[in-house]
Every structure is written in C-alpha cells, then in structure tokens.
Design a protein around this ligand. Structure first.
Ligand code: F3S
Length: 398
C-alpha cells in the first residue's frame, strides 16, 4: 500500500503505540483486500460495546488501547451497549455485568469516543454526507449509510472500526469504490409495503432470496413509490440480517439509484412473499411476556406516536422502548417520556433487546422488527410475534 508521510509516521509509532497498532490493523486489512491506499474518514461508528459480546478479552484490548494513548481523530460514536447506564437496575441487569459494562464505556470515553450507544447515529449528528467515506460497523447502520445516505463504508468489525477512529483512515476497497456499488440484480416489488413491519418483511424476503442465490448481489428495487426514514431503517436492519447486504438501490428513493440503469436480470417479489415472511416470524402460540419497540433505535417521531397511543393507559407486559440517549432527551423535553413511563412501559436507552443479557428471562417477544425476531430466536431462544407498530403497542396493553 502507498501510505502518506503522516500514515507512515503512524505506522512507525510517532503518534504512540495505540495509533501504531491501529495503523498496523488497517494496513493488514488493506493488504488482504488489495487496497492501494488509505482514505480519510469523516466519522466512525464502533461495534463491540456490550460486555455480553466483548467479554474480558475485548475489555483488555480496549483498556490497552486507551492506556497506550489511543485518541479518536474523527467523530466516533458507539453501537448499543448491554445496558442503560442510567436505568440498569430497573431493567433487571445484574451489578457485576453493570460494573464491567461501565469499564468498557470508560475505556471508550478515555479515547475521546462519544459514549452514547446507538445503531441510529444518523439521528443525532453522526450524519455523513453523500459520497463521504466513513467506517461504520453495525450492520443496519452500515446499510443505511451506504444506501439511504449515499455515504461509503464497508461493514467494519469492532477492531477495524476502532482503528479507523484512532487514525482517521480506512483502507480503500470494497464499497468505497465506484465499481463495487453498481447494482447487479433488479428486484421488481409488486406491492407497496406499509409501515415498519412490512418493510422488515420485504428485507426478509429479499435477503433470503439473495442468500439462496449464493451471490453477492446489490439489488436495485423498483416499484416502491415511497418509504419513510423509519421504514428505511427497518428495511436496512432486515436486509442486513437476512441477506448480509450492506447496500441496495431503490428507484426514486435512494440517492444513487439515479446513477444506474436497472440490471437485466430480474427477481420479482409479491405481496404473498411478504406475507409468508411475516407468517414465519409470527409463529409463537400462547401468551407473550415481552414487548419491545426500537430495533433499530426509535426516532423521535416514533416515540411521539407511542406516547399518543399510550396516553392514559396501562401496559400489562414488560415493554421496553429502546432508543439513543440524545433522542430520549428530546422525548423528555417534549413530555413524551412522562406519558410513556406513566403507562408502565420502560425506556431501555443506549441498549436493546438483542445486546442486553436477557437470555432465559422471557419466553415470547412481540415486536415490529424482523431483525429483533431473528436474534430473539437465535441468541435468546425466544418465540416471536411480528406485528405492525401500533399492534405491538396494543399487545403490550392486553
Ligand atoms: Fe439496533 Fe439492537 Fe436492533 S443494535 S438494529 S436495536 S439489534
């Protein structure tokens, strides 16, 4: 790889051991993927935050980087942690886990990382512009950054994202390059999805179809007339989970769609395909005991809607509302939090029903998120019910 003089100095240790180690990680990655140079990044989103995923080895790595002078050179935010630092006892998190989670956040803070923890950093200021290079890690956020914002990122792992933060660089390969962003498959959608659950179901159907092709397709979706921010974040989470995709184009909706012609090869998805994706995730029989909205983390508009529907009512099940700290602060300011908490629902801020350590605590999750359904079953062994946003709320009240 050709490095700039400053990058060479980082590699030689002139900026300290942590920066050197970070540059070593990036050079190794770039060499593996045939990158010829580094790119400056505008921002970073780091995964590997929950103690549930990181464990002691991960915590030691972070401590070492922080102790060795690692400091973020660009705006860097974190993926959800294993608990809400302000509200963990109410969520049933044990004290030892909380202590370890706080050690992780302290190590990130020492490195100058913004320690609000969210998969929707674009809702509170980590918002790259069209064409900007970034290094993000969480799969739904990566897909949103590439497809919806038109920014450019590979799906980073925890160490490579941290390395990008400490150097302000990422190797130039994969989705940073024009030729790897072209669509390869047209997807004709014969129905207009409505709401977050429908868009999640579209992600399931498309993700599974692409997995079955055993290809690395970049789909070009046609036929969808409109999609809100909330519907797109749901679609991104689902497509990344069920198909491993980090980029799509949606005609008339996403910014790069106008740069490309639809590929000749075409896949068709119908209302029946969405319905069968819904049915497969909606199989739980019997009483649900856990309800959650906020995968990906809720927007302020979603919290407003939730407050309107919960006003003056009482929930009868454990109901987690997951969002980022900055969005929660806005909800506080607008009075939505007070209304929601008066209903008995609880905010689980900067965490979520997937990364929190809740295995064995519940039997059946009700949610509007296809991604949450996937991990509820795969990680926690819960049965799932996959309902539209408003029906999820009604289920909590039942
Ligand atoms: Fe975000 Fe957790 Fe879902 S990280 S996308 S809320 S699984």
């Amino acid at each position: 790889m050709r490095l700039t003089p400053e990058e060479d100095q980082m590699l030689a240790g002139k900026f300290g051991r942590a920066t050197q180690k970070a540059m070593e990680i990036l050079v190794a990655l770039g060499t593996i993927y045939g990158a010829e140079r580094m790119l400056p990044v505008a921002s970073v989103q780091v995964s590997g935050v929950s103690y549930d995923n990181l464990g002691e080895a991960g915590l030691e790595f972070l401590d070492e980087m922080a102790e060795n002078g690692g400091r973020a050179r660009v705006l860097t935010t974190l993926n959800p942690a294993g608990m809400d630092v302000e509200n963990w006892p109410a969520l049933g998190i044990d004290a030892e886990f909380a202590r370890n989670q706080e050690r992780i956040l302290a190590a990130y803070a020492k490195m100058g990382v913004v320690t609000t923890c969210s998969c929707t950093p674009y809702l509170f200021g980590n918002l790259p512009r069209f064409g900007e290079h970034v290094a993000w890690a969480e799969s739904s956020a990566v897909c949103f950054a590439n497809a919806v914002l038109g920014a450019r990122t590979n799906r980073e792992g925890g160490p490579s994202a941290l390395a990008a933060a400490l150097t302000g660089r990422t190797p130039d390969y994969g989705l940073h390059r024009d030729q790897n962003r072209r669509p390869t498959l047209t997807v004709q959608v014969q129905t207009q999805p409505q709401g977050t659950r429908d868009f999640g179901a579209l992600g399931v159907a498309l993700g599974r179809a692409i997995e079955a092709r055993q290809s690395k397709d970049i789909p070009y979706l046609r036929g969808i007339r409109r999609a809100s921010l909330e519907e797109l974040k749901s679609f991104c989470a689902s497509l990344a989970t069920y198909g491993g995709l980090a980029l799509f184009h949606m005609e008339g909706v996403t910014p790069e769609s106008g740069l490309h012609a639809p590929p000749d090869e075409t896949l068709t998805l119908s209302r029946a395909d969405l319905d069968s994706a819904i049915e497969a995730l909606n199989a739980a029989a019997g009483e649900a005991d856990f309800v959650s909205l906020g995968c990906p983390h809720l927007s302020l508009a979603e919290i407003q809607r939730l407050a309107e529907r919960l006003a003056g009512r009482r929930v009868r099940k454990t109901f987690w509302i997951t969002t980022s700290r900055p969005v929660k602060r806005l909800a506080d300011q607008m009075g939505y939090t007070a209304v929601i908490e008066a209903s008995g629902a609880v905010f689980a801020v900067d965490t979520c029903c997937v990364v929190a350590p809740i295995q064995g605590r519940f039997k059946t999750l009700v949610t509007d998120s296809a991604k949450a359904c996937y991990y509820a079953a795969a990680k926690n062994g819960f049965a799932t019910r996959f309902l539209p946003f408003d029906e999820v709320i009604e289920e909590a009240l039942r």
